[in-house]
Design a protein around this ligand. Structure first.
Ligand code: NAP
Length: 311
């Protein structure tokens, strides 16, 4: 089968660091075009555009990877689907739940593939943890997702604007792992969001979850003010007394103190393998639970003003 001819929209950090190498390394894809408002282009892209709408006119283009900030994703994805192109949505998949629902409807009526790419789910520890937790009840959960915003989002202003999600931009990765491995549905019970005095998005968040088990203690701590190495850990005790520790963003899993997975992260290899499978099958994969948890945290969260943050 001929490779899927793909175009990248928004040639920023994630497009350059992850999408480009993953596309180049996968023979099921051919990089046909890149659309960059700044006119950036890798030398192997056959076409380059400054306006993505021009790129969507390419008859040979099969699919696009939308690597922009989330605030503009719905508009771009809608036009792509209506132009007959399949779409991979970087996370968070849109700015609101209603937008994502709209894209699902449009993809279905256009008979095109729509894919919410939750990259963190493609770490090897995720499937192994999901298997280990099958049929279990989680008694204690502690997610610790702390990193240095200056290292991971240098100079990015959109993440601090309304609709940029602030600390939930990385935090949603942890939630996408949680919703994949949890044996029962998980809900937000309480949330505290810390907003710097000069920003419209939170720099830190504390979440309390509920899943309905008696005596459960389920929490998450997200913080962008950690300097030095990041912490991307998920610790779980089950009611049956098992202990799971996912570290390195779920590339490493310890089960009852024994290391059962320890991989070099290759998340975007998995993302594009899944996109290929969906494109070949002509189906969509739109998973909204991680996004719903973030929306719920904003909906019921207590807002606490904290010290202004300067880049
Ligand atoms: P970024 O470096 O700011 O890149 C986003 C790019 O999108 C910009 O450089 C710009 O590229 C384009 N863009 C900006 N505003 C636009 C608009 N109004 N219309 C069309 N294009 C626009 O951000 P990023 O870190 O790559 O993040 C992009 C998405 O990937 C976010 O949703 C983020 O959560 C997700 N993500 C990021 C990371 C990470 O580690 N950074 C990891 C996984 C996922 P051009 O000037 O080239 O058009």
């Amino acid at each position: 089968m001929a490779p899927h001819r793909v175009g990248i929209i928004g040639f920023g950090k994630i497009a350059q660091d992850q999408h480009l190498p993953a596309i180049r390394a996968n023979p099921d894809f051919e990089l046909l075009a890149v659309s960059s408002q700044r006119g950036l282009s890798p030398e192997d892209a056959k076409y380059t555009f400054v306006d993505y709408r021009e790129m969507l006119k390419l008859p040979d283009l099969d699919a696009v990877a939308i690597c922009t900030p989330p605030q503009v994703r719905h508009d771009i994805a809608k036009q792509a689907l209506q132009a007959g192109k399949s779409a991979l949505l970087e996370k968070p998949p849109a700015a609101t739940l209603s937008e994502l629902e709209d894209l699902k409807r449009i993809a279905s009526s256009a008979r095109k593939t729509l894919f919410t790419a939750w990259h963190a789910q493609h770490n090897d520890g995720v499937d192994a943890a999901a298997k280990a937790l099958q049929g279990q009840a989680i008694k204690r959960l502690l997610i610790t997702w702390k990193e240095d915003v200056r290292q991971w989002h240098p100079g990015q202003q959109w993440i601090w604007q309304a609709g940029g999600f602030g600390i939930f931009d990385p935090g949603i990765n942890a939630l996408s792992i949680l919703t994949r491995i949890a044996p029962q549905p998980i809900f937000i019970k309480q949330a505290t969001l810390e907003f710097p005095a000069n920003r419209d998005a939170p720099i830190a968040a504390s979440l309390v979850f509920a899943s309905g088990s008696v005596g459960e203690d389920l929490r998450a701590e997200f913080d962008w003010r950690q300097t030095g190495p990041q912490t991307w850990d998920i610790e779980i005790d089950t009611a049956a007394g098992q202990h799971l520790l996912l570290t390195k963003g779920a590339a490493r899993l310890e089960f009852d103190g024994k290391v059962v997975v320890d991989e070099t992260p290759a998340e975007y290899t998995g993302v594009y393998q899944q996109f290929d499978t969906l494109l070949k099958a002509g189906t969509s994969d739109v998973e909204d639970m991680p996004f719903r948890l973030v929306a719920d945290a904003f909906m019921i969260g207590k807002r606490v003003p904290v010290e202004a943050f300067e880049d």
